[in-house]
Design a protein around this ligand. Sequence first.
Ligand code: AMP
Length: 598
Amino acid sequence: MPHDTPLIATIVAGLGLAFVFGALANRFRIPPLVGYLIAGVLVGPNTPGFVADAGLANELAEIGVILLMFGVGLHFSLKDLLSVRAIAVPGAIVQIGFATALGAGLAWMLGWSMGAGLVFGLALSVASTVVLLRALQERRMIETERGRIAVGWLIVEDLAMVLALVLLPALAGVLGGQEQADAHASGLLSLPASYGIWGVVGITLAKVAAFVIVMLVVGRRVIPWILHYVAHTGSRELFRLAVLAIALGVAFGAAKLFGVSLALGAFFAGMIMSESEPSHRAAEESLPLRDAFSVLFFVSVGMLFDPFSLISNGWPILATLAIIVIGKSLAAFAIVVAFGYPIATALIISASLAQIGEFSFILAELGVGLKLLPEQGRDLILAGAILSIVLNPLMFLAIDWMKPWLERRAARTAPPVEAKPVGPATEPGQVASVAAAAKKEDGPPPKTTLTGHAILIGYGRVGGLVGSALKGAAMPFLVIEDADKTLAKLKTDSVETVAGNAANAEVFAAANPEGASRLILAIPNAFEAGQIVLRARAANPAINVIARAHSDAEVEHLKGLGADTVIMGEREIARGIVEEVLGSKPELRRETAEPSVA
Ligand code: AMP
């Protein structure tokens, strides 16, 4: 049966085992990603038992990369990208240079050619988009300044690698490999070697520029037009399909026509869609697909790995890993600090880039194909990728642990920057948002000094209105929010905030639930809200909990978990409408579990 349907077998085995091992990993408090990689090793050709189709797995993984970058694009504007160029461009270039030098050094010690050293070094210098995005997403950092720097940095690295992929075949002869192998260069990507180095660089840059211009001029008009047209049909299904077709189509077109990477193409498609608010919201709905496919990415990486190579290649693997994890991190850290960013930012950037992934595999394959890189080089790159991806979550733990120490050292050399003095905590509006300021630094947010206050979670369409009413009534409260833009606005309004996901124990504890009198849940996700209710009840049995829901089932759920009052949004909307139409206070009673409109 699997012989007849290799695609289905690969998807089922990949997702199924990834789920089992991801859940197991989670059980042992290891990131699920490690479980996905193990699942990949198990369905790979190097372990006995079922073997999935590696070629298919790779292509499925590519879809994951496309959708991930599309999602990033949705959260990224051209302005964001330009705002980090001052650090991202020099940062990426210096880091690539440093890593390449180290890689070439190791290659030299292993007795490889200069060309092999160059390919090997380049492969070690570029971080994996998927791993970086997953790490930032898990920590909800994509939309923070650090997240933007890391993503911008990665985009510069991506561009550099696109250039390397195009240049290598042309330069293979000079570097001691085989002149021009067409096997790997597809579409317009292959350029005749006769153009010379600068010719090839020039043409490549021109193609990237052409792609960007086409997207900004044509894409910017056509994509919103298509979305408007489809929205007009009233079919949600067609709309989602349009979003998906545009994301995949632009990525594929970018790669085939312009020689730009799939990831970069998808990123641009997302960025263009993010410019209009409704299409942005709608496009986000189509993202669950992304998660499934990014899991397949990790499975496909696992498949390439031969666990036995760990034994035969002992010290070179350790040296490769050291370059990726230590060498690259030190370079990134030094650059970010040299640019005057706080130590915490430098640590996050270093940790998020201390791994390698998909681009490295592509480069390694190309190098081997051009007879530039020995097969051992590809094995080292693979092992280095797997190990660095597995170690990556630990890097984030390590920086949490190192940060206080580094900061103390830094404080000894330079006087610490004092936090703004906090006003007397008599009025809610007066309390400066220490927590929001402290969000720039990581670790648990500082605990509020408020007592007898209300904790308002979420400051969007609902929480925003609640908050200004509380302010008007001079009721002491603080807000837990995780959207940066909202936090910034709250800060200028000098409302006290705790930044982060309220479902996170440390974040919630910083709001002093033990000492609070009320908890107001103004977030739309009833599952998250339920977790928070449980936590609040455990901390303070007497606290009064008011929650927001969108269906009768959610009302039941939240009440079951201990909410005192649950307001069903749709019922209140109906009430407003009835009031408008009939001109009287309608009979609809809130918080009952009957159908909304009788
Ligand atoms: P709205 O649906 O417009 O009322 O917006 C909900 C608000 O709650 C948004 O500003 C979100 O950023 C915020 N939000 C949603 N979930 C959480 C959470 N778990 N922790 C903190 N803020 C949240």
